[in-house]
Design a protein around this ligand. Structure first.
Ligand code: GLU
Length: 441
């Protein structure tokens, strides 16, 4: 860690993600001298390569805008590079390196052959028109297309990048590359190679994982009050499945504050989340304006201020602090499944773990999204499409298997499961063995 800190000063998210993994795998690593001999850790924490490029586009006022675009190809030990594209004003190389590092372990957990990558830009979609989004995505792809391919690197969506953006990017990709293989991107539209249930998959998968975690602990989802943060694609899928499984989603949130929903979110409200997201206003207060009786908005508050049994962070990294964890637990919360990537700060995780709160990390809980991207790639390669029941059963099987891997590597002497350790060790062992077998490269 000291060596990494010296070489990457100030890259706090990246260093945080690496530190969490190294702490978890230390004991196992020390039992394998062959890992040390091949310098597996030193090689695993460093991305294979990073592309950085200028993105120039013209806004609706005719003004020239300049952003920076990136693609971090992190690790290809178990398959071609795979991971999303994030469009957010705070995107930096540190953020994308942390996400690419996490993705490597997450993808290893899915049981599918995918390496780790992440990309994005400091472009801010907030307030942008559809035309601006299209012109930006096209400009972004004029550089990215040379770095990707269906057997090399397969981007998908992430924060600020959904089906619409993937569509605009694919359109420009095929024009430039003169390649018509839709398998180069995932999260596509249903009529041109997209997989059914891909939009729902991250949220559905998270709830399947939560179901297995609760079952192992002798509890069930039905009847629980769930606080969800965010109102984007991941939060949307989580709300649908949580409600379907009989839980009550009592809060959703946004950068402007929280909407408390004492009677639980309804299907109509869940549908409205899509309208809110498409508006690019980034305001959760719109929900309370639309459903004034059912949703109560409080400005400046997080979802964690609402009393709940289960907390599901579904928005952004480090969105749940130690103070938030304390407030949650004081209000009766006994389980937190991290759905966003690295959604909880280290202090929050330690607080949960030291207080007997069930906790599972994002790389296990949210892997259903990329797993279903993997299923989309399989359907594209076979030139077929499966129906919802088939995709859903495969997704459920994968989430069950991720839970089993966590239990295998994370069971403690007292019988409890440390899901952070379990997920990190399971992912690490798979990637480490693949790297070992492929020699020093
Ligand atoms: N951005 C998602 C993630 O964090 C999905 C990536 C993908 O489907 O490739 O896992």
């Amino acid at each position: 860690m000291a060596d990494l800190q010296a070489r990457h000063p100030g890259e706090s998210e990246y260093l945080q993600a690496v530190q969490e993994v190294l702490e978890s795998v230390e004991d196992v690593y020390n039992q394998h001298p062959e890992f040390e001999e091949a310098r597996i850790v030193e090689r695993m924490v460093e991305p294979d390569r990073i592309f950085t490029f200028k993105v120039t586009w013209i806004d609706d006022e005719g003004q020239v805008q300049v952003n920076t675009g990136y693609r971090v190809q992190f690790n290809s030990a178990i398959g071609p590079y795979k991971g999303g594209i994030r469009f957010h004003r705070a995107v930096t190389p540190s953020m994308l390196k942390f996400l690419g590092f996490e993705q490597t372990f997450k993808n290893a957990l899915t049981t599918l052959p995918m390496g780790g990558a992440k990309g994005g830009s400091d472009f801010d979609p907030k307030g942008k028109s559809d035309g601006e989004i299209m012109r930006f995505c096209q400009a972004f792809m004029t550089e990215l297309w040379q770095c990707i391919g269906p057997d090399q690197d397969i981007p998908a969506g992430d924060v600020g990048c959904g089906g619409r953006e993937i569509g605009y990017m694919y359109g420009m990709y095929k024009k430039l590359a003169r390649e018509y293989n839709t398998g180069v991107l995932t999260g596509k539209g249903l009529t041109w190679g997209g997989s059914i249930l891909r939009p729902e998959a991250t949220g559905f998968g998270a709830l399947y994982f939560t179901h297995h975690l609760l079952q192992k602990a002798g509890r069930e989802i039905k009847g629980q009050r769930i606080a969800v943060s965010g109102f984007g694609n991941v939060a949307w899928g989580a709300c649908i499945k949580a409600t379907e499984l009989g839980a009550k989603v009592v809060a959703i949130s946004g950068p402007d504050g929280v909407c408390e929903i004492p009677e639980g979110i309804t299907r109509e409200m869940i549908d409205y989340m899509l309208v809110m997201r498409a508006s690019n206003r980034d305001r959760v207060e719109d929900m309370a304006d639309k459903f004034p009786g059912a949703a109560r908005f409080t400005a400046g508050k997080k979802a964690w201020s609402v009393a709940c049994d289960i907390a599901l962070p579904c928005a952004f990294q480090n969105e749940l602090s130690e103070d938030d964890a304390r407030e949650l637990v004081a209000n009766g919360c006994w389980c937190c499944c991290e759905v966003s990537n690295m959604g909880c700060q280290p202090g929050a995780i330690h607080f949960f773990q030291h207080n007997g709160i069930l906790f599972a990390p994002g790389k296990a809980v949210n892997a259903g999204g990329v797993a279903t991207s993997g299923l989309e790639m399989t359907q594209n390669a076979e030139h077929i499409s499966w129906d919802a029941a088939e995709v859903d059963s495969k997704l459920h099987f994968i989430m069950k298997s991720i839970h089993e891997q966590c239990v295998k590597y994370g069971t403690q002497p007292d019988g409890s499961v440390d899901y952070v350790k379990g997920a990190n060790i399971a992912g690490f062992m798979k990637v480490a063995h693949a790297m070992l077998e492929q020699g020093i490269i």
